[in-house]
Write a protein that binds this ligand. Structure first.
Ligand SMILES: NC(=O)c1ccc[n+]([C@@H]2O[C@H](COP(=O)([O-])OP(=O)(O)OC[C@H]3O[C@@H](n4cnc5c(N)ncnc54)[C@H](OP(=O)(O)O)[C@@H]3O)[C@@H](O)[C@H]2O)c1
Length: 267
């Protein structure tokens, strides 16, 4: 029997490619995003993951039509950048609302069905940025760290009902995420130079990053597993970095991250 998968954030990037790829692999694919998009073979459901009523209605619709939902990929996400001091509280609330609360809303909507069928896989798309707290992207790193911790607790809560959880930690992937990242509107003068240097490094890395198809294949490998890992890093160099991180004192790791992205010394 074909498995039913729901993916959030399908209008571009990883979500778009994953929806395409899983359709080619014979899954029944439903995709959620605010902007409309046509992906051959994929049913698009327009919706904002922060709108609880809408998401509950979409998930109910899918379940009633298919009689089952096997997999949820919480992929929708956004980024903001700039100094912590120069960030508006509204923007902080917004990124947590999308990257964390939105995933929670979607999971909460789907869990009653997964428990009822005593089966389900929840894949949350986190980021390697949750492991290396990136200066001037503090809220992005923090929102993804929250998602990762949440995934660990969730797995223990729902595994007795046949539902398992995996957080994917991708390294840099070439997508519109770079272009879509929101910058502080009025950056404080004290940080301006360092912020723009830091963001330039980040943008360059992303644009030289892995392809979305590579990411889709790695996520597919996780989905196919009988026993999913709790976390899965995407990208060999990032796996190595994480391995090294665990061997080193956190202060040293953080100083190294600061050297790459923090530009402690103005030149
Ligand atoms: N690219 C990277 O280097 C990288 C690295 C690590 C992790 N990630 C993570 O991978 C995921 C996908 O990112 P991407 O690189 O593919 O970026 P992207 O091309 O900007 O795609 C983001 C997707 O999220 C959707 N989205 C954003 N806010 C939403 C909302 N409120 N409701 C519904 N959908 C929403 C967008 O659709 P609409 O705007 O149409 O709603 C879009 O389809 C994100 O969670 C990101 O944090 C990316």
């Amino acid at each position: 029997m074909k498995q039913v998968v729901v993916i959030t954030g399908v209008s571009s990037g990883i979500g778009y490619d994953l929806a395409t790829f899983l359709n080619e692999k014979d899954y029944i694919v439903y995709g959620i995003s605010r902007s409309s998009v046509e992906i051959p073979g994929v049913t698009h459901m327009p919706g904002d993951i922060t709108d609880e009523e809408k998401i509950q209605a979409i998930i109910k619709d899918i379940y009633e039509k298919e009689g089952r939902i096997d997999i949820l990929v919480n992929n929708a996400g956004m980024g903001i950048s700039g100094s912590i001091e120069g960030t508006n509280t509204k923007d902080v609330k917004n990124i947590f609302n999308v990257n964390f609360v939105g995933a929670f809303i979607t999971i909460k909507a789907i869990l009653p069905y997964l428990r009822q069928q005593n089966y389900g896989k929840i894949i949350n798309v986190g980021s390697v940025a949750s492991e290396f707290a990136i200066p001037f992207q503090a809220f992005y790193s923090s929102s993804k760290a929250a998602l990762k911790t949440f995934g660990e607790a969730l797995d223990n809560e729902v595994s007795p009902y046949g539902v398992r959880v995996c957080t994917i930690l991708p390294g840099d992937i070439k997508t519109n995420f770079t272009k879509n990242r929101e910058k502080n509107i009025e950056e404080l003068d004290a940080y301006k130079t360092r912020v723009s240097k830091s963001i330039a490094v980040m943008e360059k890395d992303e644009q030289k990053g892995m392809t979305v198809r590579y990411a889709s294949k790695q996520i597919y490998k996780v989905i196919k597993k009988k026993r999913m890992p709790l976390q899965k890093t995407i990208g060999n160099e990032y796996k190595l970095l994480l391995f090294i991180k665990r061997l080193l004192p956190i202060k040293l790791v953080n100083n190294l991250v600061g050297k790459i992205y923090g530009f402690k010394k103005e030149k």
